[in-house]
Design a protein around this ligand. Structure first.
Ligand code: ADE
Ligand code: ZN
Length: 343
């Protein structure tokens, strides 16, 4: 067996953790069209082929236009339930043992969909996956940085009243929307004992990563690939061991890098940063977690040690308890010990 095949085989069955996944970004064309018909929502796509053909992006904004259009079909609790259930079924097939899921409540509220409907649907699917397949998960409520920050604190309180939110995040159009606008809600989240993450340094400059750390006091940076432009920032990320949830397919599809070969994942690893690989919006970017890991590691000519390091980083960077992390590490170690390498 050649090395690439063996590495793919190793990744396929390795117990994994995913930390950067927008549940709305798992809406596959088949499901999009089914929900549109069921909820009587008119879309500009007539079939699966024309839907997939529309998934061509020049940058983050051109993607967000298509992504938010897709969210229009999510109306009822069962839509959110089925969406999350389909992703968790995939997690089972992909060997994902723990996943931390983002959702965008402001978008759904703007469509007239109540918060209970969104959280209730996702939460039921997560609990079911935990009971049936032992897949653990956490929900992270994302605020959209291109919207007003005004009602975010009350939205956060409302969400906490409804369900199991472990933390908050910041997503959507980065350029021209620096993190500081959301200082109040992030401060409140910290007071409430919630975890905090933010997309920064995806398209935006390193200054936005500084601001996410200094003003929002985040514990992880989502993407963060532009940190390498600022050596002082790299020193800070290293010193404080701030994890980066990098999404290689997303970065290529949104033209942050022209192709996978020119992705800076290898440089991030060589700098000693706590990087993890994730799928972001897999229905739109051509691959789920395993494909992201396998293609990136092969394309950048990295090896098994990097695959294991990336997974150990993800376990450490997760919002699981110390005991849960020890359990997941032990599961990973058992898998490595039992894997039959063919020489
Ligand atoms: N929302 C969904 N995917 C996103 C991304 N890659 N960046 C910012 N916001 C998003
Ligand atoms: Zn994202």
């Amino acid at each position: 067996m050649n090395d690439q095949k063996q590495l793919a085989n190793f990744v396929q069955h390795m117990p994994k953790v995913e930390l950067h996944l927008h549940i709305e970004g798992t809406l596959e064309p088949e499901m999009l069209l089914t929900f549109a018909q069921r909820n009587d929502i008119a879309l500009p796509y007539k079939d699966i082929e024309s839907t997939r053909a529309a998934y061509q992006f020049n940058d983050l904004q051109s993607f967000l236009d298509v992504y938010y259009l897709g969210t229009l079909v999510l109306r009822e609790e069962r839509d959110f339930y089925e969406l999350a259930q389909a992703y968790l079924q995939r997690c089972k097939r992909l060997g994902i043992m723990h996943t931390e899921i983002f959702f965008d409540p402001q978008t759904h509220l703007s469509h007239g969909v109540a918060l209970e409907v969104v959280i209730g649907g996702i939460h039921s699917a997560l609990k079911e996956a935990e009971c049936e397949w032992g897949i653990s998960s956490a929900m992270i409520l994302c605020f959209e940085r291109d919207r007003d920050a005004e009602s975010t604190v009350s939205l956060l309180h409302e969400a906490l009243r409804i369900g199991d939110i472990v933390g908050i995040g910041l997503d959507s159009a980065e350029l021209g929307n620096p993190p500081r606008k959301f200082q109040e809600v992030f401060q409140r989240a910290k007071t409430l004992g919630l975890h905090r993450v933010a997309h920064a340094g995806e398209e935006g400059p390193p200054e936005y990563i500084w601001e996410a750390l200094d003003v929002l006091d985040v514990e992880r940076i989502d993407h963060g690939v532009r940190c390498l432009e600022d050596p002082r920032l790299v020193q800070r990320l290293l010193r404080e061991r701030i994890p980066l949830t990098v999404c290689p397919f997303s970065n290529v599809e949104l033209k942050v890098f022209p192709n996978l070969k020119s992705h800076n994942m290898g440089n991030l690893l060589d700098a000693g940063l706590q990087v993890t690989i994730n799928s972001d919006d897999p229905a739109y970017f051509g691959g789920y977690l395993n494909e992201n890991i396998i293609s990136t590691v092969n394309c950048l000519e990295r090896d098994f040690n990097d695959v294991v390091l990336l997974q150990k980083n993800a376990i450490e960077a997760s919002f699981c308890s110390r005991d849960e992390k020890i359990g997941m590490l032990a599961r990973l170690e058992r898998y490595i010990a039992s894997f039959k390498f063919v020489i």
